[in-house]
Design a protein around this ligand. Structure first.
Ligand code: SAM
Length: 203
């Protein structure tokens, strides 16, 4: 399965370039929340649009993705641009990030629910999660068709019960459908310095 998935993504990335990869809104629109120093992970990075922005901001950045084609292109680009960015070919479901390993984690357009607890724990206390992905409710037809990879209403808020929400956006089908941030939800959330009441072991 992983092999087929990798081949599919490799084929998608073969004619693409990291230069054209844009960071997701959740990061672009909330850059002012980033710490000035520290380490960051762009998880399921693809060509690393988020990773590039994190590195340019001054964070020691890693980008992890299943696709060697994407990661090789990103590493070559980062070398040319002298970015503090290391791309790693890694199946993030089989090998999630270790506890307490990053100050910032960004995930965009990727949903694997079994990873959420690992992501909470992978943040250092005071660390920030930036997460954005597609919702089941679509008004512009964006995102995959398989409901397994789509968020239910309000689900992104519920997936990280041990983090404190800082920014949340989900516009559903309200108002003028041609405008706004549609078919996706975004969350910026903080791992508290001290565990919240009733927190799970490890918090
Ligand atoms: C829709 S793309 C999103 C890429 C990037 N985050 C963005 O927003 O443009 C989903 C990415 O997830 C990666 N991916 C899927 N399953 C993965 C896994 N188990 N481990 C690591 N990466 C995975 C794919 O290779 C692909 O690059």
């Amino acid at each position: 399965m992983t092999h087929e998935l990798r081949q599919r993504w490799d084929a998608r990335y073969r004619n693409a370039t990291p230069q054209a990869a844009a960071a997701a809104e959740v990061l672009r629109d909330n850059l002012h929340l980033l710490p000035a120093r520290g380490s960051a992970l762009d998880l399921a990075s693809g060509l690393g649009g988020n990773a590039q922005l994190l590195a340019r901001h001054g964070l020691a950045t890693e980008a992890w993705d299943l696709s060697p084609v994407a990661i090789d292109a990103l590493n070559a680009f980062a070398g040319r641009e002298a970015l503090s960015l290391k791309g790693v070919v890694r199946d993030v479901v089989a090998e999630p990030p270790a506890a307490g390993s990053f100050d910032v984690i960004v995930v965009s357009r990727f949903l694997e629910r079994s990873l959420c607890q690992h992501l909470e724990q992978a943040l250092r206390p005071g660390g920030l999660l930036f997460y954005q992905t597609f919702t089941r409710l679509k008004v512009q037809g964006l995102g995959p068709a398989n409901p397994e990879f789509l968020l239910g209403q309000g689900e992104l808020l519920r997936l990280f019960p041990h983090l404190d929400p800082v920014v949340y956006r989900e516009e559903r089908d309200l108002g003028d459908h041609r405008r706004g941030f549609r078919d996706q939800a975004l969350l910026v959330a903080l791992r508290p310095e001290r565990a919240n009441d009733g927190a799970a072991p490890g918090f």
